[in-house]
Structure formats: structure tokens, C-alpha cells
Write a protein that binds this ligand. Sequence first.
Ligand SMILES: Cc1ncc(COP(=O)(O)O)c(CNc2cccc(C(=O)O)c2)c1O
Length: 458
Amino acid sequence: MKQNTEAWRALDAAHHLHPFSDTKGLNAQGARVITRAEGIYLWDSEGNQIIDGMAGLWCVNIGYGRKDLAEVAKRQMEELAYYNTFFKTTNPQVAELSKLLAEVAPDGFEHVFYTNSGSESVDTMIRMVRHYWSSVGKPEKKVLIGRWNGYHGSTIGGASMGGMTYMHEQGDLPIPGIVHVEQPWYYKHGKDMTPEEFGLAAARWIEDKILEVGADKVAAFVGEPIQGAGGVIIPPATYWPEVERICRKHDILMVCDEVICGFGRTGQWFGHELYGVKPDLFTTAKGLSSGYLPIGAVFVGERVAQGLIEHGGDFNHGFTYSGHPVCCAVARANVTALRDEGIVARVREETGPYMQAKWRETFGQFEHIDDVRGVGLIQAFTLVKDKQKRALFDNWGTMGLACRDIFFRENLIMRACGDHIVAAPPLVISKPEIDEMLGRAARCVEEFERVVVRGQPG
Ligand SMILES: Cc1ncc(COP(=O)(O)O)c(CNc2cccc(C(=O)O)c2)c1O
């Protein structure tokens, strides 16, 4: 039955509570009804074509409209729509996907545990590392260290692991045993240090926390290679190697949360590979299926995998849909395409460098934009009050939302994370599409500076 925008908006307002939304405010304004998508483009119920500079929520790596993935889902549903992987059963799709993931992962990652989301991957990791230490005779090693402004999901575990205080306030978080250190945000905290010096200093904040808690009580350090939802905070090159050295020195597991950085987003298969480090585990979701179906996976390195296999006994954790055959079939087709169509390689060698050059050229010229940054196809800039003084705007986030709303009105999706403006388009974006996206964004930023910052007429 063909509906129209107003009818869908009314149904949505009457029955749907949206995530991360003020439903009352949204209902007053009316939600935008997205009806179809192709490549990097969305269409809404009014027929507007929209450039999706965020690949959905950082997840549609392969781009929209892949009929081959839809066909894989159809065939699998007709053959085996569901069966579980509890009780000594498996299915061909989960077995084949697990082999494929071991092939695309860096050496030393032969085992994966399946979930339905990034949050569930993070929750799984929390339980897994605590169970690991208990299994190898160190049950008191329970504390996990994260970063303020890190994002690790919205379950009780994921939100606690994250350092978003506005999330902690809702639900009395973080849960016990999870602590945080400052994030490696050079623009704000670098002061008179070089980036290299700051990277080492920021890593040592973690060592300070380990010594404060007691290394014999700390299970793991958890961080995103590049913080995504925190505003694309890119640590200096010295940061992660120093984190790894500190974790090894104090026998703390190092965990990378690759939910955004994974599956080609940075031009590497996984973001930690940019920094030449090897975590003990890493969590994934999003690009694993390019958002076509919900699935996540925890990649478990040999030290923890063998510890769990040899000493862990029954790992009393898992989900009804862990290893869901249809989700696994689609993820397998997606990852195979990312590899065999050269999509990840093209981001590393062609479209990523092109985007990074154009991004800096386009936004480096604006008076109220600084810290223009990015790698692969994840990039950002920060809206600032005074570039010379490196002064941020007051009321952090207000300007970001004002700028984001201009993009939205002009049929361009980019994300405001506070006063950081971020973009992460599908990895299949072409060079002409990059030009189209950045041309539209530049016109929006010109209006933002003229109207919002300088108060001139629209
Ligand atoms: C690093 C990281 N870890 C875990 C999660 C949680 O994944 P799920 O949402 O699938 O449970 C994420 C998710 N990241 C995420 C999710 C929703 C919105 C935005 C945003 O930037 O607005 C970012 C993430 O970015």
C-alpha cells in the first residue's frame, strides 16, 4: 500500500521511539522518510536525492543497492533461515565465514565469536577477557580501562566501556570495574608538545591509571584505533606503539574496538594495522555486513583463544542469533566483495588519498575551521572560534548542530560530533562523487560562516 510522507510521519510519531533522539522534538519537526538507496545515494519519500556522506552510521562500506547480497540472503533464507550454534551444532555459512575472517585478519587471529551488533561485541569482549584471566588463574584481573569520549556502544557494558558522560548519566553507569583516562586529542591537550611527544604522554596516562588501580587488578585497555563517534580523534603515530609497550610491560590485554575502523574504513583492513600494533582481541560489526544485516564478531588472538580453549571450559555466554546463517551468508558475500573487487585496496591506494587531499584543500581555507584531518575514508574538521588562538566555540556542540542542519537541508549527510564535523562515505565512492560531495559541503560551510557565525543575512 503506497503511503505518503505525512502518513508515514504520523505513524512514526504515534508508535516509534527513536534511538538517541528527543522524540517530542522530533515529532514536532517530523522525521525524514528514507525510502531507497543506491551506491552513495539515498532518496526520501519526497523524491530528494541525498548524498550519504556517513555510509548510514559508518557501516555501509560496500555501498547501497547490491542485488548480489540480496540474492544471497534470499537463497539462504529459503534453504536454512535459522538455526543456532549452541548445543554442538554449526552451519556451513558460519564455518565458511569464520575461515574467510581468519584470512582477512592479521596473522595470529584464527578464532571469532559472533554477535548481533558492536555493543554486543564489546559486551562479549568484557566477559571474555574477565573469563580468560580467571581461566588462567588470575581472577582478580577484572578492571578495564577506556577513554573519556570513546564510544563502545549502548548496552550497559558498551556504554560503561565508552566515555560519554551524557550516556553514563542515564542508567547509573559505568558499571563497577570500568575506568577511563583522557583521550589522545592533540588539538585540545597537546599544549606545547610536538605530536610525537604528546602521543607518548597520552599513552602514559594509561600507565598512570594501571599503577593507580594496580596492574594485578587490570584485565585490559580498550580503545578505538581512531575514535569515531567521539569526533574522529586521530592519535599521533607514537601513541599506539607506546600503549602496546605499556600493556606488554604490565601484562594487560590490549583490545582495539574496530567497529568503525574495521573492514577497510582507513584503507587498511583493520585500523590498528595503521599503527603497526597487534591487539590481543578486536571487536567488529558495521562493515562486516555493510549494514545489510545485523552481525558483529569478536576476533580473538591466539593467546586468549588458546587460554579459553585449554582452560576455559564452558564459556557461558552467547546469543540466539550468534552465527545466524543468513547474516553470516551476507557478511561472507560482503567481505568477499570488499576483498575480491579490490575495494579496500582502492581506498588505500586511490580514493582514500584523493579524499584526504581534497578534504584538506576544501576545508583548510575557512576562517572557522581548524584541525582538518583524516585517513582512508574517515575524516573530520573542527569548527573553531579563533584559529590563531586555537580557541573553540563556547557551548560545545551548538555550532556543530547548526552546520549539520545546513548539510541536511542541502541533501548531504555529514555528522556533527560536538563541534567536530565528520564524514565516512561508502568505500565505493568514486573521485567524481568525492568532488560532488565536497563541493556541496563547501557551499554549506560558506553559508554557515556567513549566516551562523557572522550573522549576515541568509
Ligand atoms: C567503536 C564502536 N564500538 C561499538 C559501537 C556499537 O555498535 P552498535 O551500534 O552496532 O551496537 C559503535 C557504534 N557506533 C555508532 C552507532 C550509532 C551512531 C553513531 C554515531 O556516530 O552517531 C556511532 C562504535 O562506533
